[in-house]
Design a protein around this ligand. Structure first.
Ligand code: FAD
Length: 406
């Protein structure tokens, strides 16, 4: 059995550490912060087993122009970001062609299908079941014609992927969710989907399980990575760590780290925002407000409203337009009572142009492994791709591992 150092203690890094540990390896994790404080904290907390198709980039000019003009709350494209992101965006456009998207969907649906089971095992072992709601996820539609249209397309998806779907009229939804103050046209509910009331706490619970099983987590900023005769050396503030094998699970920071080793990894950085709001009552499950491109979910600090994507420059100032639009829409549905202090956050969905995470052996270095690029569903997929990577380390090779290979 070997000695591994995992870079990154988000859902993906911790999922990977647990999976390697379960196969008998000695594993340490390094993160500049405590576990689950970055993207794995700021997300909508949905364990999205219904998300069988990865998000493709729309290829029609009219939609792209709407994004560029800020006319859609689902996605905004900052035109100033285009030159710097051109390579990744062009590759994303290429892979989003219908036949390529269908091929990616085949693999994506195969990995995401097992995600709730994988979380279920870990949360039970971690004693964290209380953090997980097995109550599904809804999509709320305001207009009758949109609701009717979505019922038809959702039924096709449910039949294709064997998912449990229910449809609820606005009146019935108000009975199910007493916190609603108005009735939309209706909602479709993906019954198999889970969610958490505190994403960071769930990562921390899994991290505590990893430590209880003999793993260790080192806090430090990994600045420099070098290959040496016995494996890998990671320089951090105040010292260095050495290990035979190194796993890069740094989410959106992975391309910057790998640049040191000569890899140019194109990643589409889809920024997202959240804010928390005081609310009278609770929702039993998260809802996508389909007309407004935000997800609302009752969480430990109040109602968390999470936005769609904002493709902008790294370091560009916060643009709260999507969040403000979303909170106004949410305020027409539930009684909000002001924003929770210091609760605004933004982070980046690490999206690969081919719409599949990169999981496997680095192409040009021995004993270097990648596990990043989980895009919109890394909170869901962390434990699952951790397992897949541990299998690859043990020699697994099949159509799925080839599709995920860096
Ligand atoms: C607004 C929004 C909503 C989302 N909603 C969902 C959802 O509902 N469901 C879902 O499945 N996914 C969702 N996602 C996506 C999901 O959050 C991400 O795919 C996932 O969290 C990525 O996990 P990760 O472990 O790869 O990255 P991270 O959680 O970002 O972990 C990377 C870690 O690397 C560490 N790090 C970085 N640089 C260094 C360094 N130099 N040295 C040491 N450590 C370092 C960071 O501190 C961090 O802890 C959402 C994302 C966003 C932005």
């Amino acid at each position: 059995m070997a000695d591994f150092l995992v870079l990154g203690a988000g859902m993906v890094g911790i999922g990977t550490a647990l999976a390697l540990q379960a196969r008998g390896h000695a594993v340490r994790v390094i993160d500049k912060r405590a576990p689950g404080q970055e993207t794995s904290h700021g997300n909508a907390g949905v364990i999205q087993t219904e998300a069988r198709m990865p998000y493709a980039m729309p290829r029609d000019l009219a939609t792209l122009i709407r994004y560029g003009l800020g006319r859609s709350n689902d996605l905004r494209l900052d035109p100033l970001a285009v030159p710097g992101a051109a390579r990744a965006l062009l590759a994303y456009y290429h892979h989003s062609a219908p036949a390529r998207h269908a091929a990616a969907t085949q693999h994506y649906s195969a990995i995401i299908a097992g995600a709730t089971d994988d979380h279920g095992r870990l949360s039970a072992d971690a004693g964290a079941d209380a953090l997980i709601r097995r109550t599904g996820m809804g999509e709320i539609y305001e207009r009758e014609e949109d609701f009717e249209k979505r019922i038809l397309s959702a039924e096709v998806l449910a039949a294709e992927f064997g998912l449990n779907l229910s449809t609820v009229t606005g009146t019935d939804l108000r009975t199910q969710e007493p916190a609603l103050i108005s009735a939309p046209a209706g909602a479709v509910v993906w019954e198999d989907t889970w969610s958490t009331s505190d994403p960071a706490a769930l990562v921390q619970a899994y991290a505590a399980l990893f430590v209880a099983r003999g793993g260790s987590i080192v806090q430090g900023d990994a600045r420099k990575v070098t290959e040496n005769i016995s494996g890998w050396r990671v320089d951090r503030d105040g010292g260095h760590l050495s290990a035979e094998h190194l796993v890069v699970a740094l989410g959106p920071w992975s391309p910057a780290m790998l640049k040191q080793l000569g890899y140019r990894v194109p990643m589409v950085m889809k920024r997202g925002y959240h804010g928390h709001y005081h609310m009278n009552g609770q929702l039993q499950r998260p809802y996508l407000l389909a007309d407004h491109g935000v997800v609302v979910s009752s969480m430990a600090r109040g109602l968390r409203i999470t936005t769609g994507a904002h493709v902008t420059r790294a370091g560009a100032p916060r643009n709260l337009a999507q969040l403000n639009h979303g909170s106004a829409a949410a305020g027409r549905l539930v009684a909000l009572d002001g924003e929770v202090d210091d609760s605004q956050w933004h982070g980046v969905r690490p999206c690969m142009p081919r719409m599949l995470p990169m999981v496997g052996a680095a192409p040009r270095h021995r004993k270097l492994w990648f596990n990043f690029g989980h895009g919109h569903q890394g909170f869901t997929l962390g434990p699952t791709t951790g397992d897949i990577l541990a299998d690859i380390v043990a020699g697994r090779s099949d159509a799925l591992t080839q599709a995920l290979a860096p």
